[in-house]
Design a protein around this ligand. Structure first.
Ligand code: UD1
Ligand code: CA
Length: 482
């Protein structure tokens, strides 16, 4: 029977309703650690090298199918939820060819089931009979689950549902997880399932007895941690599941050489890649396609999404990065916001309350405080003064600007796009720059300063009575002026 080269098809049951979520979103689409629950099952199937993956949909079918569109799975509609056996057959019907394949059944609402566990199950299945293997767990009280009933020799005989079980059977702690591995007879045998039971449903669990009636052996493979098949049925279950996955991810990073302070507060999605000696402070959130190179540090309560951070980058607390690339040895924050299209060269300095969007800042650029840099490229070592605004939007269109290398932009300047500022130019503080600035020039684009001598004395003298009661220092100053 043993053939480790047999193809594997996976049927994911996801047609059930899940009313306890109290949600307009189908249960299996509730995200756990950044992925809809059902997508965790699809991911596990892929990691096992599945040939076909079928997702059986029913409640919220359109939404579930839309969420998984492009993931290469086949959908099977189960219009009426007549039981797990019925759902399985709907799944098998959607496969054009299921000869010579092993079939794995998964649920769409058990995101904690690890691929390694399924690999062990597959290996066990193929080493033993290779006919029917059920994944089981043991709990002190398995109320609600189907129970595994063994014969006097300890062989698995059948699975009995809670509703159909005798008191002795209900006392059994070994339960059915709902995950099965079966050989290619599963489809044919499943057609013999009836609905003659306490629920009037087609029980997939009846397959075990049907295999045995064929003279095939059935086996149980026991989970060492029954939590792996804990379904998330309501919002608290969802949070528990997420916490377990989150802890698995942070622990794996720590074992691989990442320092995480207060790891129970750090959230890292499993798509994120971290180098050695990366340091994460409390409350850090890392999402999506984020990659962080060796030796980088991310400060407390920063949120980094779909971004690439080079070696030794320092992100200071409370920074928000999305779709940004940060060159090696740059530092960002605190309270910085890097938006999509931000590309920072090496050793760039971005300080507090600086926002960038579609901005390419070459090596050594400094923008230390309070700036908006949008749709702009800035050359090497340019200094962007506090309060600089690139006015990129005219109310309808966004316009690009180009600022050269070695430019010095004085504080509180507005650069009205589209603008070209030449290399080594100066912009006087407070300028509103409407014209391009040639290389090496100083642009002064602000009102010329006038000093009106004695103006203050004349002003306060007119208010002398009030000044006397309210502003004693100024009253003294007026007196000294005579
Ligand atoms: C089933 C098992 C039970 C096992 C338990 C583990 C049967 C008869 N019983 O219980 O032995 O201990 O799982 O959780 O199989 N689904 C469909 N279409 C349907 C019915 C169900 O797609 O018509 C899907 C659900 O969305 C869910 C999964 O199948 O993902 C299990 O359904 P659920 O009703 O939770 O299983 P039970 O019958 O309670
Ligand atoms: Ca269930």
């Amino acid at each position: 029977m043993t053939d480790t080269n047999r193809p594997l098809d996976v049927v994911i049951l996801a047609a059930g309703q899940g009313t306890r979520m109290k949600s307009s979103l189908p249960k299996v689409l509730h995200p756990v650690a950044g992925r809809p629950m059902v997508a965790w099952a699809v991911k596990a199937a892929r990691e096992l090298g599945a040939r076909n993956v079928v997702v059986v949909t029913g409640h919220g079918a359109e939404a579930v199918e839309a969420a998984l569109a492009g993931s290469g799975v086949v959908f099977a509609r189960q219009e009426q939820q007549l039981g797990t056996g019925h759902a399985f057959l709907a799944g098998m019907d959607a496969l054009e060819d299921h000869r010579e394949a092993d079939v794995l059944v998964l649920y769409g609402d058990t995101p904690l089931l690890r691929t390694e566990t399924l690999r062990d199950l597959l290996a066990d299945h193929r080493e033993r009979s290779g006919a029917f293997t059920v994944l089981t767990g043991v709990l002190p009280d398995a109320t609600g689950y189907g129970r595994i009933i063994r014969d006097a020799q300890g062989n698995v005989e059948r699975i009995v549902e809670q509703k159909d079980a005798t008191p002795e059977e209900r006392a059994v702690g070994e339960f059915n997880s709902g995950v099965y591995l079966m050989d290619a007879r599963a489809n044919e045998l499943a057609h013999r399932i009836t609905n003659e039971n306490a629920s009037g449903e087609y029980y997939l669990t009846d397959l075990l007895g049907l295999y045995r009636a064929e003279g095939a052996e059935a086996h149980a493979f026991r989970l060492s941690d029954p939590d792996e098949v804990m379904g998330a049925n309501d919002r608290t279950g969802l949070a528990e599941a997420e916490n377990i996955i989150r802890a698995r991810i942070t622990q794996a990073h720590m074992r691989a050489g990442v320092t995480i302070h207060m790891p129970e507060t750090v959230y890292i999605e499993d798509t994120v890649v971290l180098g050695r000696d990366v340091t994460l402070e409390p409350g850090v959130i890392l999402r999506g396609d984020t990659r962080v190179a060796d030796g980088a540090g991310i400060g407390a309560y920063s949120v980094v999404t779909d971004s690439v951070l080079g070696e030794g980058v320092i992100v200071k607390p409370h920074s928000v990065l999305e779709g940004a690339q940060v060159g090696a040895r740059s530092d960002v924050g605190p309270f910085a916001r890097l938006r999509p299209g931000t590309v920072l060269g090496e050793a760039v300095h971005i300080g507090n309350f600086v926002e960038t969007k579609n901005a390419q800042l070459a090596q050594g650029v400094k923008a230390g405080h309070l700036a908006y840099l949008g749709d702009v490229s800035i050359g090497d070592e340019t200094n962007v003064g506090a309060g600089t605004i690139i006015a990129n939007f005219d109310g309808v269109n966004k316009h690009p600007s180009r600022i050269g290398a070695g430019v010095f932009i004085g504080s509180n300047s507005t650069i009205v796009a589209p603008r070209v500022i030449g290399d080594a130019a100066f912009i006087a503080g407070g300028s509103t720059v409407h014209d391009d600035v040639p290389e090496g020039a100083l642009a002064v684009a602000r009102g010329k300063q006038r000093n009106l001598e004695g103006w203050s004395h004349r002003y306060w003298s007119g208010l002398r009575e009030k000044v006397q009661t309210k502003l004693p220092w100024l009253a003294g100053w007026l007196d000294r002026q005579g």
